[in-house]
Write a protein that binds this ligand. Structure first.
Ligand code: GUN
Length: 291
């Protein structure tokens, strides 16, 4: 039987644990606080930010919700970040990506105080991760490590194939999987759009992490029996539903499930974990403030 990994359940356990930590911080006079900044009218980004706000409320993190018009000058965003950097009551700052084209995304990431960078995207935090001394692990790959652990999958000694080389998922995932610490010690291959013969690579994998952002690009014919499949994709594809679309992953679920020993669904797999780890990083940031 294939184990369909329930990301909602694992995320709930993480939120429950965090609630206890938050109560302790509160008792010491620190209210963990996350500021989200949205400079976009993309409906998916709007949904993600509002879900992050709801999550904060559930666990007792104070959420500050800042929206900037997508056609506002870039300075407005940079001034907002500066103000939040200087505000001692703010522990974490999340600027929802992507930002509009007239705003330099890399400059935005550099502008955030690395100590408040709960996404883990600032170059200083990326460097620390690669050096093996992470401050904030990026939320999606960290959440995937927790999912694997919850499913009793230890990457040590396994062949892990990461499909996708984004700064947000692919690169940090590969780094975490090869680190000498728990949840790492895998032999890691990173595949991407220029990879020749992707099926040959994915077929030799014990663990496949699909994070390319291409709907259902990996199917059962590309997988070996017993593989563990983690599907990071959240793709909106047109469908005859009330909303006019449905969400599909980067993995063709039904055929992949035939081969997999464990697999994450979309939705309800990686997505809830990404959000839970953002809360985790925010509480960690607040803990540093309280120290
Ligand atoms: N856009 C898509 N995923 C993310 C994320 O994890 N953090 C931020 N800030 N923006 C995103």
């Amino acid at each position: 039987m294939t184990h369909v990994i329930d990301g909602n359940a694992v995320a709930q356990r993480i939120r429950d644990d965090l609630s206890e930590n938050i109560d302790t911080l509160e008792a010491d006079g620190t209210t963990p606080t996350l500021a989200t900044v949205l400079m976009s009218d993309d409906p998916a980004s709007e949904t993600y930010v509002s879900m992050k706000q709801d999550d904060c409320e559930e666990v007792g993190i104070e959420a500050i919700d800042i929206e900037i018009e997508p056609d506002a000058p870039a300075e407005e965003l940079f001034e907002t970040i500066e103000r939040l950097n200087d505000d001692e009551s703010v522990d974490g700052i999340l600027v929802q990506m992507p930002v509009p084209e007239h705003v330099d995304q890399r400059a935005v990431l550099r502008a955030i105080d690395p100590a408040k960078d709960v996404d883990g995207f600032h170059p200083e935090n990326v460097g620390r991760l690669v050096a093996g001394e992470p401050r904030y692990k990026p939320c999606t790959p960290h959440g995937i490590q927790k999912l694997l652990a919850a499913a009793d999958v230890d990457p040590e000694g396994k062949d892990a194939v990461v499909v996708g080389r984004s700064d947000i998922v692919g690169k940090p995932m590969a780094n975490l999987l090869m680190q000498k610490t728990e949840g790492g010690n895998a032999t890691v291959t990173v595949c991407h759009s220029r990879t020749e013969d992707l099926p040959a690579k994915t077929r030799q994998a014990d663990i496949v992490i699909a994070a390319a952002g291409v709907p259902e690009m990996i199917d059962g014919s590309m997988l070996s029996d017993g593989v563990v499949v983690i599907d990071v994709g959240i793709n909106r594809v047109e469908a005859d539903t009330e909303k006019g679309y449905e969400l599909v992953g980067d993995v063709e679920f039904e055929s992949a499930k035939e081969k997999a020993s464990a697999i994450t669904p979309v939705p309800g797999g990686v997505g809830p974990m990404t959000r839970a780890m953002l809360l985790y990083n925010t509480v960690k940031a607040a803990g540093n403030r309280a120290d």
